[in-house]
Design a protein around this ligand. Structure first.
Ligand SMILES: [Zn+2]
Length: 202
């Protein structure tokens, strides 16, 4: 299966699971050193086809000037530039991501501790680990989000994802499957943290 076909199958599945409401969310895969395929904004992700993807370079410029990619393209290309082994970036807007991003925005990040599922994140082979998922403020100016997240893309072991307040998650991996597994880990852990905070409040 080609990388494009693999990405389409992955996006349709995430759409069917309710992670991409109202044509939101965007997805990309690195085709080679310079070229990235990214979803065109506004398309129904549950019915994604090849024509819903376009090619851009690492600076976010479209290879076909007649096509215009999402305003959030810059967030994808930032990840590919900063993390050379990133092959796929998944950005979704699920309910758990959105609620958790608002609940934890003031603390700047969500600390996940002692979760067996942390082993699903590349580079983390024990649950006795702490992973901080950063939360940055939302903005329609992508430069502001890029500046806020830049420091988090540096440390090792870095967390392969971040939340944008009231918006959703960005996650990536060295393959489409790797990125999808990270998304599933974060989706589960965010749901767990929200459930715990609900129970503790009672
Ligand atoms: Zn978005």
């Amino acid at each position: 299966m080609s990388m494009i076909d693999e990405l389409i199958a992955c996006v349709r599945e995430l759409g069917a699971r309710g992670l991409t409401p109202a044509t939101s969310s965007n997805f990309s895969v690195r085709l080679d050193r310079e070229r990235i395929a990214i979803t065109i904004s506004g398309r129904d992700k549950t019915k994604l086809v090849g024509a819903d993807l376009m090619e851009i370079n690492l600076r976010g410029q479209p290879l076909d000037p007649a096509l215009k990619s999402s305003a959030e393209t810059a967030l994808h290309t930032q990840i590919y530039r900063e993390i050379p082994d990133a092959r796929c970036v998944l950005h979704t807007h699920s309910l758990a991501q959105t609620v958790a991003s608002k609940l934890f925005a003031a603390s700047g990040g969500i600390h996940f501790r002692d979760y067996e599922l942390l082993k699903g994140l590349s580079g983390h082979d024990t649950h006795e680990d702490e992973v901080v998922l950063p939360v940055v403020r939302n903005s329609q100016d992508m430069n502001q989000i890029m500046d806020a997240i830049a420091q988090w893309l540096q440390p090792t072991p870095r967390c392969p994802g971040y939340l944008i307040e009231g918006h959703g998650i960005y996650t990536w991996g060295t393959s489409i499957n790797d990125a999808k597994r990270h998304l599933e880990v974060f989706e589960f852990l965010l749901g767990a943290e929200l459930e715990l905070s609900r129970l503790r409040a009672n």
